[in-house]
Design a protein around this ligand. Structure first.
Ligand SMILES: *Cc1c(COP(=O)(O)O)cnc(C)c1O
Length: 415
């Protein structure tokens, strides 16, 4: 733990978090979060904050959101007992099947929720950023569903790497704009989306893809994704008569994980573990394990843990999974880390691919490489907790990863 985090009063932060005191009136989760943006963005964020307060928990908004989740996204997603993985690993493994959600991952929960909100607050068009293209596809689908024009900013490097998703977004009616500035990947695409929003803050809505960014986004995205943990908690009780001993999810920006964890944070007996991308190892630039190796700083409008060098320059990151390859993490995770409520561990590229293979062969489920990080974390936990019960958030399906799997796992086996 960094000197910064060890100087904080963990038990007090946790108590305040459980009491619902975060985000506070400054948009902070303890010391993390807030709003570090150019002055020109403040009115747009205040308008959004006002819209969130007025609509998000209003009965008619919740009814519309729940209806879309049920009839279009396909919720509730299944809870699957992974019998053969359980035998193999020695603990009882349950999978929360976000891979079965429309467009193949949890991202759609957030996309349709924010698109509904955008309409309520009178936005005429949506801008979104995307890295691997998954959030771009979810946003394009949600916008098509609601009849909103959608522009997706995507790094030129990513457009090349993720060509099928570019085509998918275009078929769904979105305009995909290549970003040729900065690192020409996700980080630059977020900068570009924020710029597009600043230039037309009244008619444009910025649909962010994870529990990151300036207040109120981390809170908004968490509230929209919390359906994962709420459903899973009830499904676990129905299936086993009890809460799981541990809950695990992979952490990129942190949306599927905060969504899975939120309902369990007050359950002191439930261990909560976030799995970050350990990449090739602990070296500088070899991973995207922000909470394992980072220090506090500001990125994309929020104060949170961050992979940066001694001079505060953001580090290059690496992960075999594009969805986890981000140098920051949502501020609420930094809080749960500092408060000692959630443990964050790293899983390497190779370990994740091993778990992907195990899950595919044992359960007939091809998980996303992102989700496979959580699966490996579960196998490690199982080795030390024989006979106990673990819930894993299977954030998405692996079909999108076939080009990577072809050149890694299958190539290694000569297939
Ligand atoms: C995008 C993505 C992630 C990582 O994003 P979070 O905001 O951390 O959830 C994880 N799994 C899948 C399948 C994804 O598409």
């Amino acid at each position: 733990m960094t000197a910064f985090a060890s100087g904080l009063d963990g038990p007090r932060l946790l108590a305040d978090s459980i009491a619902g005191k975060f985000p506070d009136s400054h948009g902070r989760f303890g010391p993390f979060g807030g709003r570090y943006v150019p002055e020109t963005l403040i009115p747009a964020l205040e308008r959004l904050e006002h819209g969130v307060r007025e609509h998000l928990h209003a009965r008619d908004f919740q009814a519309a959101f729940t209806r879309e989740l049920k009839t279009w996204v396909g919720r509730p997603t299944a809870l699957t007992f992974a019998g053969r993985l359980s035998e193999r690993w020695g603990a009882k493994v349950y999978l929360k099947r976000e891979d079965l959600a429309h467009t193949g991952a949890h991202k759609i929960n957030n996309a349709i929720g924010q698109a509904l909100l955008a309409k309520r607050i009178g936005a005429k068009r949506i801008v979104a950023e995307t890295g691997a293209g998954q959030h771009g596809v979810a946003s394009a689908a949600a916008c098509a569903r609601l009849g909103l024009p959608c522009t997706v900013y995507m790094g030129a490097v990513d457009m090349e790497r993720q060509a099928p998703n570019v085509g998918r977004m275009r078929l769904l009616g979105a305009e995909v704009v290549p970003v040729t500035t900065g690192d020409r990947t996700l980080r630059a695409a977020i900068d570009e989306s924020l710029r597009a929003w600043v230039s037309d803050p009244l008619d444009t809505y910025y649909l962010i893809g994870s529990a990151v960014g300036p207040h109120p986004y981390p809170y908004l995205v968490r509230e929209l994704q919390a359906v994962i943990g709420r459903e899973a908690r009830a499904q676990m009780i129905e299936a086993t008569g009890a809460l799981p001993d541990a809950v695990m999810a992979c952490v990129g920006g942190g949306s599927n994980s905060i969504g899975a964890f939120h309902a369990f944070v007050p359950d002191a007996a439930v261990e909560i573990i976030g799995i970050e991308a350990g990449g090739r190892g602990a070296g500088l630039g070899d991973n995207s394990a922000t909470l394992s190796f980072g220090r506090p700083g500001v990125l994309h409008g929020s104060f949170s843990m961050l992979l940066q060098d001694e001079d505060g320059q953001i580090q290059e990151t690496h992960s075999v999974s594009a969805g986890l390859d981000y140098p920051g993490v949502g501020p609420e995770h930094s809080l749960l880390h500092a408060a000692g409520r959630v443990e964050y561990q790293a899983v390497t590229d190779a370990e994740a691919l091993d778990a992907l293979k195990a899950c595919s062969e044992s359960e007939g489920i091809l998980p996303a490489i992102e989700s496979s990080h959580a699966l490996f974390g579960a196998s490690r936990w199982a080795a030390a907790n024989k006979g106990r019960t673990i819930l894993v958030c299977l954030s998405g399906r692996g079909d999108k990863d076939m080009p990577t799997l072809q050149s890694t796992l299958l190539a290694a086996e000569g297939k």
